[in-house]
Ligand binder design. Structure first.
Ligand SMILES: [Zn+2]
Length: 480
């Protein structure tokens, strides 16, 4: 997609100009620019930023202004792994590990979804994400009704990759979630026909085989072929938990990345979530294929899956992003919280190798913790590259899509000097509730407590009502 080409008009209405004044611009460009200044949005793209803005305005008055004094202006956050269909399940699947969590709670509840409960779940999740500065998501959908998620995404104004979850086998998978491989791929392609490139290029469709244990060998081979021929991303879970990795070894006699490599699933469009238990040779396979990984530290901690070694991913040269996973395993859809966890987890891993500090693998060595700037990159420019959208979003640069968040840094939890190290402020002090503005392609989706495309009160009321119906339909089980 060419930056700037497709956002000139939205909903038939020409976009206005907006001047964001006097903020600290954290650009996440290659030069690492951090500068006090202004940013001008015009026709859906970033027209100018920094000291050049007054000249770019050429005496004209912008249609709207936002005074960002004391705030930090950042690229809109890119959320790399999500299940919007699980927002309704928040708090309903606690104290579990991955496979029990899936078999006892998540799959039975997903099987009980109706079109209207999926829509309510997606709206609720998007209300939280958009108010938290997220401008781009990568969603796994669900097996049924994923077209409803597409429609909700389109109406919300967010930028998104999404796909129907593909499942054709697996222990504990309810019959209602099983397709034939042919039907699964056909339905995914129907979604692509309707939504790939839709909403002025804001939406794209992926193939989303859930994970190795839920998909047959034939389905994986089909996914590899179809993704390559259609140019679609492959979004899946990879090497998430110890128990899952053990079952994968039993089922396919190898490890996840080796399995994918042998079936031509790994490639430039591969986006694997979690990756906690990948070994060094598997990281090499991912790098050779130019595949991407998404770090989900909150989900990994809550499900007891482990501590992903993101430093090793980066050292291997793998593109990587950040995500919260769904609300049923986190329970926040808060990218600031996730940034904090990513930084802290990388430090905790460092403790494990602290004894090796003297051997050069400690704080300044090969296992050095992620820096705050590296963590912000996971949630912005690097996250965008992981989804193949680095030329569209993820940094503040003239000509790029105006996907922007403005973070207030004037509260007491930011005092006394949030701007001295804005990366540390964003990672360790900022909260989703500090976000003042969220804009996608020049369209304001959230500003100072008000949503423009979603009604959060209605979303909450609908969510409660739909959950009650869903739980009446669901058959929850206990796995021995
Ligand atoms: Zn997931």
């Amino acid at each position: 997609m060419e930056a700037g080409a497709h956002a000139r008009v939205q909903g038939g209405t020409p976009l206005s100009t907006l001047l964001i004044r006097s903020g600290t611009l954290v650009c996440m460009n290659a030069a690492g620019t951090v500068a006090r200044g202004d940013l001008l949005v015009r026709d859906g793209v970033i027209a100018a930023l920094g000291p050049a803005v007054p000249a770019a305005l050429a005496g004209a008055t912008p249609d709207d202004e936002l005074d960002a004094t004391g705030g930090i202006v950042i690229p809109g956050l890119v959320h790399g792994h999500l299940h919007l269909c699980q927002t309704l399940f928040r708090g309903l699947a606690e104290q579990s590990d991955l496979l029990r969590w899936l078999r006892e709670r998540i799959w039975p509840m997903e099987a009980a979804h109706s079109a209207s409960s999926v829509a309510a779940s997606a709206r609720l999740g998007l209300a939280e994400l958009i108010a938290g500065g997220v401008t781009c998501i990568n969603d796994m959908g669900t097996v049924r009704h994923t077209e409803v998620i597409g429609a909700v995404l389109e109406a919300s104004g967010i930028r998104a990759v999404f796909g129907k979850a593909l499942m054709d086998q697996g222990e504990g998978v309810p019959a209602a979630l099983l397709d034939s491989p042919r039907a699964a791929i056909d339905e995914a392609l129907e979604l692509a026909k309707r939504f790939h490139g839709a909403a002025a290029g804001r939406l794209s469709v992926s193939l989303a085989p859930r994970f190795i244990l839920s998909c047959s060998d034939g389905l994986w081979r089909d996914v590899g072929q179809v993704a390559a021929s259609r140019g679609l991303l492959v979004h899946t879970h990879v090497a998430e938990s110890p128990g899952e990795s053990r079952e994968v070894r039993v089922a396919v006699a190898t490890t996840a990345a080796r399995y994918f490599a042998a079936r031509a699933v790994l490639g430039r469009g591969f986006v694997g979530a979690h990756g906690v238990w990948l070994d060094p040779q598997e990281l090499g396979l991912l790098k050779d294929a130019d595949a991407a990984l998404v770090h989900c530290p909150g989900s990994n901690l809550k499900l007891g899956s482990g501590l992903a070694h993101v430093r090793a991913w980066r050292r291997a040269g793998i593109r990587c992003g950040l995500g919260s996973d769904g609300a049923a395993c986190n329970n926040r859809l808060d990218t600031f919280h996730e940034m904090s966890l990513a930084a802290l987890v990388s430090r905790a891993r460092g403790v494990g190798s602290a004894a090796g500090a003297a051997m050069g693998s400690g704080a300044n060595g090969a296992d050095a913790p992620l820096t705050p700037r590296e963590v912000v990159a996971l949630a912005t420019c690097d996250g965008a590259r992981a989804l193949g959208m680095g030329d569209v979003t993820g940094s503040l640069e003239a000509g790029k899509q105006a996907d922007i968040a403005v973070v207030d840094a004037t509260g007491p939890h930011h005092a006394p000097d949030a701007i001295r190290d804005p990366y540390a402020t964003l990672v360790h002090a900022a909260r989703a509730s500090d976000v003042r503005l969220t804009m996608v392609a020049g369209r304001v989706l959230y500003r100072d407590g008000a949503w423009t495309t979603l009604d959060p009160r209605a979303a909450q009321a609908d969510g409660r009502a739909e959950l009650a119906g869903l739980l009446r339909r669901a058959t929850l089980v206990e796995v021995a």
